[in-house]
Ligand binder design. Structure first.
Ligand SMILES: [Fe+2]
Ligand SMILES: [Fe+2]
Length: 153
């Protein structure tokens, strides 16, 4: 399924971004300087706009139909990964503990993505009409396209 498919919805979009996030973690961990820097900048931006869009548009809708506790758990995970990401950006690519911190962040972020795919996404598809989920994909894409760029030294 791609974003040109008429059935493409917000869950497909978020899952495709989870896959790209996983790919970028690999690229940052295993590449030479320039690719490493560019991949890290893309990773920071993607995680930031991905979680921001979820918090603004997706999680509030996932609260419908008894999703409150599940959404609160996801928000706690995002708070933690956001703090870890901020510390990693602050330390920078040249920091001696960068690679260790990157691995810890990877564990936390990918675990969080898995929890969304297991718990939140099936709930969204049960609780909301297909039409709304398709429209939400466009809302999220527009929001993310207009988000400010990230500059990494
Ligand atoms: Fe998230
Ligand atoms: Fe997500």
């Amino acid at each position: 399924m791609t974003d040109t498919d008429p059935e493409w919805d917000v869950v497909d979009l978020l899952v495709s971004q989870h896959a790209r996030i996983e790919e970028l973690f690999l690229l940052v961990g295993a590449s030479a300087a320039e690719v490493r820097r560019d991949s890290f900048a893309e990773l920071v931006r993607l995680i930031t706009v991905h979680e921001a869009a979820e918090q603004q548009f997706v999680h509030p809708l996932a609260r419908t139909g008894g999703g409150d506790a599940m959404v609160d758990d996801r928000l706690r995970e995002e708070q933690r990964t956001n703090d870890m990401l901020g510390q990693l950006v602050e330390a920078g690519l040249g920091h001696p503990t960068f690679d260790t911190s990157l691995l810890l962040l990877r564990e936390a972020v990918l675990g969080h993505c898995q929890n969304e795919e297991r718990h939140e996404h099936p709930h969204l598809r049960d609780a909301l009409p297909d039409e709304d989920l398709r429209e939400l994909a466009t809302v999220v894409e527009t929001f993310q396209a207009n988000a400010p760029r990230v500059h990494i030294d």
